[in-house]
Design a protein around this ligand. Structure first.
Ligand SMILES: NC(=O)C1=CN([C@@H]2O[C@H](COP(=O)(O)OP(=O)(O)OC[C@H]3O[C@@H](n4cnc5c(N)ncnc54)[C@H](OP(=O)(O)O)[C@@H]3O)[C@@H](O)[C@H]2O)C=CC1
Ligand SMILES: O=C(CO)COP(=O)(O)O
Length: 320
């Protein structure tokens, strides 16, 4: 099976770099000028500078060529996924689509698998998620990821195809758990960045991370996820990474909120829309997600940091 990565951002480029060390790999960019520049320079200077593309990676803006591959890794941001699938529906027919984005759609609360099922029912679907900063992956540093696919036979083929000496993929059939874990951890990372930015200390961060994990489980289990998935790489694993590293854009957005500073609106921060979508869903389902609600309040500027902390600390005392 041949592979193309669709979306030449930081993560798409990183995946193409690592997979291109194993087999010829196509990297698709929506911008012909950028594709030509990357191919010529052998590098994605804009999104992932200093990480050379292997010779087996071909960068192209030609979707007909890119979608000639058997397996298409979708690395466009979550809020762009539906439109992207609609635009290229004909080209994707009968292909295997592996979503690599993390989040919930703002208007619907749906995750990547739900959207692929809705918009591209004539394709096969899987999700690649877990702790994996683009620059680490591109540098060949090791990590473990979750390959979630409801169809176990296809999941096994994708696991073998996409694993590399540095990327160890674990299989799961729980697409709901893998999808929600990857989406919700970003919301908790914004919360953790905020407490660190506001100088509230590492103890507060550890408490938020832990209680945030409880919220992730509450919502995901209600939606039918398996507890083991949340405790795995796509949930707990990615939560720990994202809540403790300034490499994370979600964590950095939180830091800037905590410090009262601005943040570059062009940076992809999946947790922002997801916080609002998850908060709306929690209200609809009458689920108590106080940290998610506080993050949504901060992002919508209904709360400041002091009010958000007060809203969390002043709730009725309860059992853990
Ligand atoms: N960066 C990371 O460390 C990791 C990211 N992810 C996930 O991967 C996803 C992408 O993140 P990342 O690569 O970092 O984001 P970036 O912001 O680096 O890149 C996003 C890319 O998507 C392209 N794009 C945006 N909209 C469209 C569209 N409508 N059609 C085609 N292409 C489009 C952009 O093109 P253009 O350059 O032309 O704007 C850009 O190349 C996110 O969901 C993220 O959570 C997962 C694991 C790690
Ligand atoms: O998902 C990621 C690491 O697994 C990347 O996190 P950020 O999107 O916060 O940078």
């Amino acid at each position: 099976m041949t592979v193309a990565v669709l979306g030449s951002g930081a993560f798409g480029t990183a995946l193409a770099i690592t997979l291109g060390q194993k087999a010829p790999t196509l990297l698709w960019s929506r911008d012909p000028h950028q594709a030509a520049e990357m191919q010529k320079a052998g590098e994605n200077a804009r999104r992932l500078p200093g990480r050379p593309l292997p010779g087996a990676v071909t960068v192209t803006a030609d979707m007909a060529l890119a979608s000639s591959a058997d397996v298409l890794l979708l690395t466009v941001p979550m809020q762009q996924l539906r439109q992207f699938l609609k635009e290229h529906r004909a080209a994707f027919k009968n292909k295997v689509l592996v979503a690599c984005c993390k989040g919930m759609e703002l208007e619907t609360g749906l995750g990547p698998i739900d959207i692929m099922v809705q918009v591209s029912p004539e394709t096969s679907h899987a999700l690649l998620t877990g702790p994996s900063f683009a620059s680490d992956i591109a540098a060949g540093l090791p990590t473990g990821l979750t390959l979630a696919c409801a169809d176990d036979a296809l999941g096994r083929r994708l696991q073998a195809l996409l694993s590399t000496p540095a990327l160890r993929l674990y299989r799961s059939q729980d697409v709901i758990g893998a999808s929600l874990g990857g989406a919700l951890k970003n919301v908790i990372a914004i919360a953790c960045g905020t407490v660190m930015g506001a100088g509230l200390g590492e103890s507060a961060r550890a408490a938020l991370l832990t209680r945030g994990f409880a919220e992730m489980q509450r919502l995901a289990l209600h939606r039918g996820a398996l507890p083991d998935t949340l405790a795995g790489l796509s949930g707990f694993g990615d939560l720990v990474l994202t809540c403790t590293s300034a490499q994370s854009r979600n964590y950095r957005l939180g830091l800037s909120i905590g410090r009262g500073e601005g943040f570059d609106a062009s940076v992809t921060v999946e947790g922002a829309a997801t916080a609002q979508a998850a908060n709306a869903l929690a209200q609809e389902l009458a689920l108590d997600l106080p940290i998610t609600s506080a993050v949504a309040g901060l992002l919508e500027k209904r709360l400041d940091v002091t009010e958000a902390m007060t809203s969390l600390l002043s709730r009725a005392l309860k059992e853990e």
